[in-house]
Design a protein around this ligand. Structure first.
Ligand SMILES: Nc1ncnc2c1ncn2[C@@H]1O[C@H](COP(=O)(O)OP(=O)(O)OP(=O)(O)O)[C@@H](O)[C@H]1O
Ligand SMILES: [Mg+2]
Length: 384
């Protein structure tokens, strides 16, 4: 339904679209003070003519690792000439030559001529410039697991960290970024590298819901005109992103929902915009899980979601049975079978509650709104 206040065809809800690009570095980087401080401390010896120390930045996807490095490197560049920070995206640059070419480009201002250029020549030019500037190299290998998978990480670390042995330069520092929590770099590199690579582990824990919400609020303030997204819808988006444990999902949801409202000529994002956007942004997982459900199982899931949406509803297994009896299920046995099936499909959890004897609680793995959206794909979600 159209709202009274419609958007003129030449008007937009976006103050700045850039703000929603993945490459955008926010002015304000909250909740990462500890990591910035720790990394700055590792870089600091280089300001006084020493060598920067190395680090492994580790954390699940979307925890601000890349953004933190961009922020810190920008600050270093502003503050001192004694450090040359070089950011390398290893998804794009997967060989030692490609990485050294990035370093060369940063120092010289343009890419090394590729024809006939040997790696040693490139390294030679790099060390000459570093020597002339009396600066130390600090290289961030973002998503370093790509180099590892390409079997180039060991060789690259060897060359980078031992530059100072063959050339008159200070020892380089390496910040290796990993989103793979199980990869133990120290064990993967050989002894010659290990003896010069003593990284400090810096961990990026997933953001909690209030942090995600704050980040989204900042983004909304910067990227959209005032009052486009209500507090309630911001909370809903934060809820969905927290469930997915990825702030990126939230940023993407804000953009997609606002685009939807805009193309509809509306000045504000509605709950329906958010739900529709969430279907395109995250629902693939949920959809896949719900796709194989039988009709009765889907009906039960839908009823559970409705109950969960009414905050304060008693979500013990017994209370849910009372509510669905004769409506979504015919007998308690059917109920239990279907409940079990929903658990196996990864849609609900059934934790045992100890405070009231042996009773199970029925908890959705996704927000009620999302679940309702997949239960009724063309339905009237969010009408309540
Ligand atoms: N503390 C924060 N404040 C504001 N925006 C943030 C913050 N942390 C992350 N973001 C935003 O969230 C998105 C993901 O962050 P980033 O790319 O830094 O994550 P990452 O840890 O490098 O993820 P991946 O492992 O997938 O590369 C970016 O759009 C970034 O701007
Ligand atoms: Mg990253």
């Amino acid at each position: 339904m159209r709202q009274k206040e419609t958007l003129r065809y030449d008007q937009t809800l976006f103050r700045d679209r850039e703000v929603f690009e993945f490459t955008f570095v926010p002015d304000q980087l909250n909740h990462r003070d500890a990591q910035i401080r720790e990394l700055a401390l590792l870089a600091r010896p280089a300001v006084r003519g020493g060598s920067p120390r190395s680090a492994i930045l580790r954390g699940p996807p979307g925890t601000g690792k890349t953004t933190t490095v961009h922020r810190l490197f920008a600050e270093i560049e502003e503050a001192t000439q004694r450090i040359v920070p070089v950011y390398v995206n290893c998804q794009q640059h997967r060989t030692p030559f490609a990485v050294f070419a990035c370093i060369y480009e940063k120092l010289v201002g343009y890419a090394p001529p590729s024809a006939g250029r040997h790696l040693d020549d490139v390294v030679g030019s790099i060390t000459k410039r570093l020597g002339d500037r009396n600066a130390a190299l600090l290289v961030c290998l973002d998503d370093a697991n790509y180099l590892h998978e390409a079997r180039h990480l060991n060789d690259l670390l060897y060359r980078l960290l031992r530059l100072y042995e063959s050339w008159d330069v200070r020892k380089a520092g390496v910040f290796a970024v990993l989103s793979d929590l199980s990869l133990n770099l120290a064990a993967e590199v050989d002894a010659q590298v290990r003896s010069v690579f003593h990284p400090t582990e810096v961990f990026f824990q997933p953001y909690a819901k209030p942090e995600i919400r704050e980040i989204l609020e900042g983004r909304i303030r910067q990227g959209l005109y005032p009052n486009v997204v209500s507090q309630a819808n911001t909370a809903l988006i934060a809820e969905i992103a927290a469930q997915e444990q990825d702030v990126r999902v939230g940023i993407d949801l804000v953009r997609t929902a606002a685009e939807r409202a805009e193309s509809d000529g509306r000045r504000t994002v509605t709950r329906q915009d958010v739900m529709a956007a969430s279907r395109s942004v995250i629902t693939p997982t949920l959809q896949k899980r719900a796709a194989d459900l039988k009709e009765g199982e889907r009906a039960l899931l839908s009823r559970i979601a409705e109950m969960a949406r009414d905050t304060g509803a008693d979500m013990t297994s017994g209370a849910v049975y009372e509510a669905v009896q004769g409506y979504a299920v015919s007998s308690e046995t059917t109920y239990r079978t279907r409940l079990k099936r929903l658990e196996e499909a990864g849609l609900i959890d059934l934790p045992l509650r100890t405070d009231r004897g042996r009773t199970r609680e029925v908890l959705l793995r996704f927000t009620p709104e999302q679940v309702l959206a997949v239960c009724e794909p063309r339905g009237k979600t969010g009408a309540a």
